[in-house]
Design a protein around this ligand. Structure first.
Ligand code: S3P
Length: 182
């Protein structure tokens, strides 16, 4: 359990791509709450939002997390960017493992998300950058408070961030870890 890593942070901060690389390096499973919700619902997140609304998606997200908390497996878990906003989910994350906030600047988030069509919360905004800033300002305090560790993914080489994340679950290197929040 102590070796599990959960990656949280805003949409587009790199949770899935980094999570997959960390899991591959450690030879363990990579899981993603968004993908698990889609598998369970047999439809995409956009379709869930469209047909049943955000509240239904949030309910499925929490159910997925509760199921993961019952598992004994080793894994790296990426969670949807809004999952931490439900207070019910926060202790469950802590129960699962080490919670990492993958921090990314607004400029980089905007670059990665400016043409995105798969995130319902970003569609239809008159100014996408402003929308990102608005959501991030509502969430960044919660990301920080929920995390055991904050890792930067701004202007850094992918492999450096992977190394740092791998070191978080490697006892010998853990003490040297970057920004420890507690
Ligand atoms: C959301 C983030 C998405 C997905 C859904 C809602 C959010 O996941 O769960 O579109 O509220 O920030 P990613 O953070 O993996 O993009």
């Amino acid at each position: 359990m102590g070796n599990r890593i959960i990656l949280t942070g805003f949409m587009g901060c790199g949770k899935s791509s980094l999570g997959k690389a960390v899991a591959r390096r450690r030879g363990i499973l990579f899981l993603d709450t968004d993908a698990l919700v889609e598998q369970h619902a047999l439809m995409s997140i956009s379709e869930i939002f469209e047909k049943y609304g955000e509240a239904k998606f949030r309910q499925l997200e929490t159910e997925t997390l509760q199921q993961l908390a019952e598992s004994d497996e080793e894994f790296v878990l990426s969670v949807g960017g809004g999952l931490v906003m439900n207070p019910v989910n926060r202790p469950i994350l802590k129960e699962i493992g080490t919670v990492v906030y993958l921090h990314c600047s607004v400029d980089e988030l905007y670059e990665r998300l400016k043409y995105d069509k798969s995130r319902p919360l970003l569609q239809g905004a008159a100014d996408r950058r402003e929308r990102i800033e608005e959501l991030l300002s509502q969430r960044s305090g919660v990301y920080e408070e929920t995390a055991d560790v904050t890792v930067s993914n701004t202007a850094r080489a992918f492999s450096d961030v992977v190394d740092e994340l791998v070191s978080l679950t490697d006892g010998s290197a853990r003490d040297a870890a970057v920004t420890v929040n507690r």
